[in-house]
Ligand binder design. Structure first.
Ligand code: ATP
Length: 278
């Protein structure tokens, strides 16, 4: 067999490097984005002109000091702020090319496709099974076999099935906090969403349960786009692909998580991630 000359090897290497560069240059598909978003509570402007895009099948972390607007921004992404009196939105939030606040968008459909899990686990005072079956049955699904399948599938995806499969008809409130939070994730997954919004989903949990949620997020991004608010810098560094640093209602820095944590361009970001304020 002919051996490769150095020149040939260099050429192959050159070709691979070029290919890698091309691959990296391919624009990522976005699951949703905001353009020039402003959110007001009465006269107070809590979100000031934020334009951000969320790549599909990736985890984007929203970080920043308390009160900088992370939750307000996250809640606006599936119209949770509709429920807040005197909350007003300007700018656009695009999902599948449609502004979710336009008259063409249906709020129930928006919340079905853009699911949300909150800081404190909030299962219904019903059985484990009923918690997961609630959404699909509420939307009109009657086929018992299909509902059973959705319940099992959602609990498996939320890494809870093995722990609860023998007690599906017991109260969800008897589960541990960490299990309840995974149940809330299963409840969101049962609606077959594309995007999952997580508002500090592990902040009320012990380290072992937190580890399970982080591991789960790593699995879920294969099928979903995840946007997570977290106070925990190590957590953001561990689990996210992209990070947006919020400060006083604005995004002052956005980039790949590895870059933001190793080489922040903005002084406020650097101070925050090194623990100097916030
Ligand atoms: N319902 C509301 N009515 C009026 N002001 C509000 C309301 N909710 C939030 N705010 C204000 O909007 C700003 C942003 O709050 P938000 O909760 O979004 O920040 P955050 O970054 O998520 O904070 P934290 O990390 O403490 O949860 C704060 O000044 C807050 O006081």
């Amino acid at each position: 067999m002919a051996t490769q000359t150095i020149r040939e090897k260099q050429s192959v290497h050159h070709h691979q490097v070029n290919r890698l560069a091309q691959l990296k240059a391919v624009p990522k598909e976005m699951a949703m984005e905001t353009e020039g978003l402003h959110v007001y509570y009465g006269d107070k402007e809590a979100i000031k002109n934020i334009s951000l895009s969320f790549p599909k099948n990736a985890v984007t972390a929203l970080i920043g000091p308390s009160g900088c607007g992370k939750s307000t921004y996250l809640r606006s992404l599936n119209r949770m702020n509709d429920e807040v009196e005197n909350c007003r939105i300007e700018g656009s939030i695009l999902y599948k090319g449609v502004d979710i606040n336009s008259p063409m968008a249906n709020v129930f459909e928006v919340r079905k496709q853009i699911g949300m899990v909150f800081q404190r686990p909030n299962p219904f005072a019903k059985s484990i099974y009923q918690n997961v079956a609630y959404g699909p049955t509420h939307h009109g699904l009657k086929n018992k076999k299909r509902i059973d399948e959705i319940v099992e599938d959602s609990l498996r995806k939320a890494a809870l099935w093995d722990e609860v499969k023998d007690k599906l008809h017991r109260s969800a409130l008897a589960l541990s906090g960490g299990q309840q939070q995974r149940l809330c994730i299963a409840r969101a997954l049962a609606m077959n969403p594309e995007v999952l919004l997580l508002d500090e989903p592990a902040s009320a949990l012990d380290p072992v349960s937190t580890g399970k949620i982080e591991e789960l997020i790593g699995e879920l991004k294969k099928d979903y786009t995840i946007i997570i608010v977290t106070h925990n810098m190590q957590q953001a560094a561990r689990i996210s692909d992209y990070t947006a640093f919020f400060y006083m209602g604005k995004v002052v820095e956005y980039g790949e998580t590895s870059q933001i944590f190793t080489n922040p361009q903005n002084e406020q970001t650097e101070n925050y991630i090194s623990g100097n304020f916030g």
